[in-house]
Design a protein around this ligand. Structure first.
Ligand code: G
Ligand code: G
Ligand code: MN
Length: 401
């Protein structure tokens, strides 16, 4: 846990809580542990010390934990945060949800008092998250400018990464979701959070990007010839792309050019896709459907119109958003959303994908509810296609963390 040696801050108005936590941390080998008895003191320490992890109580008389969160958010704090509270479970769960609105690495919202085992587990989780953050770091950096994005794309920096989707009943590989990645000339990787929003500002740029990602993926897929003919490939299609008049025709021609069948190709439409020109978008989706492409609602449950959309457009699949899947075993509301989404899908006869499956326990949970397909870090992170042994959905090289 050497990464955490930079400093840990414990914020709590109760001296006994601070002291117990201090002793736990010392026992675990952490020497730079700072203490603050309220938010105001915490802010001072955060301004003057290098702190990698904050344990923060929510309910404090002078500047509470929410004030500290606001402060950390304004500073774009990159360390790990554990929230502590003596409140009942439902308040803790809602707080965890609220905390997600901040662009912060909130590890967990835990009930007080914390046991030694809990502190140890949280520190391990912090390390893992900070490690991932070091790779991903979406909010550490501003989005790319349109000019930079175009420059990197023109230099061939756009590539397709593939994340396996597993049939939960058979355990076999069903297909892949394709996710865009951008590589700078120095081969450092840029995640979509930093360039999709830039591209989405203009129909032309997001359409161009989407077409390139699809062609890039088709080229990769083509290397495997007939071996891959039974698998499906899902692409993320945003609303603006559907506003481009020729997109369905382009997809049809390009799919044929690479000798793939439209039935293999899934167009994942995000719910934000439904907020602009509804008639145009519905028309394009119906065109895609008539060309035999599959339609999927991505991030199901996160918008306001998803059920209405499911009702009016002939979707083939819905994807339960990962925010509900990730904590469905610890958050009863998430569990209810997951369960109801699966039941809704079953009732209207569409496939259902649970994305964000990170543990076997979550996999077992969604499978028992009748979910057809699973996707998540439990199986694999998105990787270049050649990294997978696609017969078994396992990864050939040691890229998996
Ligand atoms: O793994 P990941 O960080 O790749 O993806 C982050 C987000 O970026 C996802 O929500 C995904 O929908 C979006 N995304 C990834 N690739 C594409 C793409 O090719 N087109 C669009 N519109 N969105 C994408
Ligand atoms: O398009 P969509 O928003 O569904 O994109 C999927 C996103 O979810 C990508 O950013 C992908 O990297 C991410 N993702 C896939 N599986 C997991 C997982 O198990 N855990 C987490 N935290 N993210 C995941
Ligand atoms: Mn998606």
């Amino acid at each position: 846990m050497s990464d955490l040696q930079q400093g840990i801050l414990v914020v709590d108005d109760q001296k006994v809580v601070r002291h117990t936590l201090f002793l736990c941390l010392q026992n675990l080998g952490f020497t730079n542990v700072y203490q603050a008895e309220n938010g105001r003191e915490a802010k001072k320490l955060l301004n003057t010390h290098s702190i990698q992890c904050v344990f923060c109580d929510l309910n404090m008389p002078i500047e509470d934990g929410f004030e500290v969160l606001k402060f950390l958010d304004a500073q774009a704090y990159q360390g790990a945060i554990v929230l502590m509270s003596g409140e009942e479970e439902e308040v803790l769960a809602s707080t965890a949800n609220l905390a997600r609105l901040y662009q912060l690495n909130i590890i967990e919202c835990v009930a007080k008092p914390l046991s030694f085992a809990t502190v140890k587990r949280l520190l391990t989780a912090s390390e893992r998250v900070l490690d991932m953050e070091a790779h991903h770091a979406p909010h550490a950096l501003p989005p790319l400018t349109a000019k930079l994005l175009k420059g990197y794309i023109d230099k061939g920096g756009l590539r397709a990464f593939f994340q396996p989707q597993i049939s939960l009943s058979s355990g076999r590989l069903k297909g892949f979701e394709v996710l865009a990645r951008l590589f700078k000339p120095d081969e450092s990787m840029v995640f979509p959070d930093l360039f999709i929003p830039t591209a989405e500002k203009h129909i032309e740029s997001i359409t161009d990007l989407t077409k390139r990602v699809i062609e890039c993926a088709y080229q990769d897929i083509n290397q495997y010839g007939q071996d891959i003919a039974t698998l499906s490939f899902a692409f993320n299609i945003s609303a603006k792309v559907l506003e481009a008049p020729n997109f369905p025709q382009w997809l049809q021609a390009t799919t044929a050019k690479y000798q793939l069948r439209p039935e293999q190709i899934i167009c994942e439409l995000t719910e934000t896709a439904f907020t602009t020109d509804q008639a145009t978008i519905d028309t394009q989706m119906l065109r895609l459907k008539m060309m035999k492409f599959k339609l999927s609602i991505d991030d199901f449950g996160t918008g306001y119109s998803s059920i209405a959309q499911l009702h009016s457009i002939p979707f083939d699949e819905l994807k339960v958003d990962k925010r509900f899947v990730l904590d469905c075993l610890s958050n009863t509301k998430s569990a209810a959303v997951v369960e109801q989404s699966i039941q809704l899908a079953k009732a209207i006869g569409v496939n259902v994908v649970a994305e964000g499956i990170e543990t076997q326990a979550v996999c077992d949970f969604v499978k028992a509810l009748g979910c057809d397909i699973g996707q998540g870090y439990l199986y694999a992170k998105p990787e270049p296609l050649n990294v997978f042994d696609w017969r078994t959905a396992s990864i050939q090289r040691g890229n998996r963390e």
